[in-house]
Design a protein around this ligand. Structure first.
Ligand SMILES: [Zn+2]
Length: 513
């Protein structure tokens, strides 16, 4: 009997995402390029809105301490990444099959086969575990070679001397390199943050299907520079201190039946569950951000990284992890990095990176929240995805209005009798007003609504024969599929209020039964 493999949510989400222009496999006409994706026309708009919301919440609205955005280079010279530790330590253990030559991550393979947690072990130790447990190639069952370590950076050569350089493996180094210039050019005292949104590259051994583990990916990062003596003074904390966090402590991770601690940020800080007030502040702000972009609060938590997962210099790492159908994945890394980065760059460059604070020269400590762009977008897609049969006969996305890629679509009921020119004028007017709008005149209105739902468009406007007589149009709501009739000249005002959530949809016009 042939059993059809059941489609996972990931399969379904990727299918509609590729078909409707959210993402495209890079170089698809040449057979694709593993671990790399392009954002299509709809996905680019979704990404733009997500990035804008992040910038508004984490950069622009931050008053005290302020956060400054920089936009740094993607390619970096060898000494930077030598000083940062990436040249020597940014490695993954890899094992090759002697028969089919496939390479897999040795640590992942061992974890899958034995359940043993092996982070931090060297290649000799990993090889021994593979031999002792007679682990073979997961693809063909063949014998595995010895484990080797593999640097994850994508290297290149620059200039006629072909000097070694690397594509940055994280955006963060730029903020450390720009620390001194930012402090002086902005006449800034501690604490202050430097933020950046941009691409990073990592030569992942086995990139996964979809947007979860990519070789080229976006990051949104902040390095918050703080005087360690004042790391528990954050002027903005009070505003966020009552936000309830979901925490997975180290003690709970040891148990069979792990429980999530639900606790407000203030209490988590006061009970010293979190390392400092800045960390508590960011966990609260991230909780706000991810609920705003459509991830249910009970579907994510902050996990205290175990000692073996935490670098020696760290003062505490808490990862934001989101539950997906296929398991839990890390979306944001929050790290109290102490003076590791500025200390190292000061030492290796010979430039004094200390700063004066309260009459004393010191090396600033760093609290770093680091967000994955594609991973965040994938989580939004999966959590907003509504499968066929959920409440209608087609798949759709229930994006929060603030991040819906297309705000509104405009349709003429028929492509004739002046309905088309009326609708086209409305389309133009909405575009000029700054909305993301699509015009669609093909197929039945029902089919057009279904297509709009597939890209998560919150509202659809139809111009019908009553439009010509009364200067009114209908607006259809994606979530309820209800329709209201409104005056054409009030459409822009009503949509503005709907997006600001100032009015309820059913009260914005005359409800059509
Ligand atoms: Zn094999």
């Amino acid at each position: 009997m042939i059993e059809m493999a059941k489609k996972t949510k990931l399969d379904k989400v990727m299918e509609v995402s590729i078909r409707r222009g959210f993402v495209f496999p890079t170089a698809e006409i040449y057979g694709g390029f593993a671990g790399v994706y392009d954002f299509g026309p709809i996905g680019s708009l979704l990404k733009e809105k997500l990035l804008k919301l992040w910038t508004d919440m984490f950069v622009k609205s931050e008053i005290d301490p302020p956060v400054f955005m920089v936009d740094g280079a993607v390619v970096l010279p060898f000494p930077v990444l030598k000083a940062s530790g990436h040249v020597d330590h940014f490695v993954d253990p890899v094992v090759e099959c002697k028969d089919c030559k496939e390479e897999v991550r040795a640590d992942h393979l061992i974890e899958e086969e034995t359940g043993q947690f092996v982070e931090g072990l060297d290649e000799m130790e990993l090889t021994k575990i593979i031999r002792d447990n007679s682990i073979n190639c997961p693809s063909c069952g063949g014998e595995l070679a010895d484990v080797k370590v593999f640097n994850l950076m994508l290297g290149t050569h620059v200039g006629s001397k072909r000097s070694i350089a690397y594509m940055r493996p994280e955006t963060a180094q730029i903020m450390f390199l720009d620390f001194k210039r930012t402090a002086t050019s902005m006449r800034q005292k501690l604490p202050f943050g430097i933020a950046q949104i941009g691409k990073s590259m990592r030569n992942e051994v086995s990139p996964r299907k979809g947007l979860i583990r990519l070789r080229e990916f976006g990051q949104m990062e902040i390095e918050m520079f703080v005087n360690p003596d004042r790391i528990n003074e954050h002027p903005g904390f009070e505003e966020k201190e009552n936000i309830k966090l979901r925490l997975l402590t180290r003690e709970e991770q040891k148990k069979e039946d792990t429980k999530i601690l639900e606790i407000i940020a203030k209490e988590a800080y006061e009970k010293e569950i979190l390392p400092n007030k800045f960390m508590a502040y960011y966990l609260a702000l991230e909780t706000l951000f991810y609920t705003k972009v459509g991830i249910p609060w009970e579907k994510f938590r902050f996990r205290h990284m175990l000692p073996e997962e935490t670098p020696h210099y760290s003062g505490g790492n808490w990862d934001l992890e989101i539950e997906l159908e296929g398991g839990v994945i890390e979306i944001v890394g929050n790290a109290y990095r102490r003076d590791y980065d500025l200390g190292n760059h000061g030492k290796h460059s010979g430039v004094d990176l200390s700063i004066e604070d309260n009459g004393k020269r010191l090396i600033a400590h760093v609290v770093e929240p680091s967000f994955g762009v594609e991973r965040s977008i994938y989580c939004v897609l999966e959590h907003c995805f509504r499968d066929k049969g959920y409440d209608r006969d087609w798949v759709w996305f229930q994006f929060p209005r603030a991040i819906a890629p297309i705000d509104v679509e405009v349709y003429p009921l028929m492509k004739k009798d002046g309905l088309d020119t009326y609708a086209w004028e409305m389309y133009k007017e909405l575009k000029i007003s700054g909305f993301n709008v699509l015009y669609d005149d093909r197929g039945s209105i029902g089919r057009r609504y279904a297509r709009a739902d597939e890209i998560g468009c919150p509202f659809c406007i139809t111009c019908d024969y009553e439009t010509l007589r009364e200067d009114t149009v209908t607006i259809r709501d994606r979530d309820t599929m209800n329709q209201i009739r409104v005056k054409a000249k009030e459409v822009i005002d009503i949509l503005g209020k709907l997006f600001k959530e100032e009015i309820k949809f059913e009260e914005a016009g005359e409800l059509i039964s």
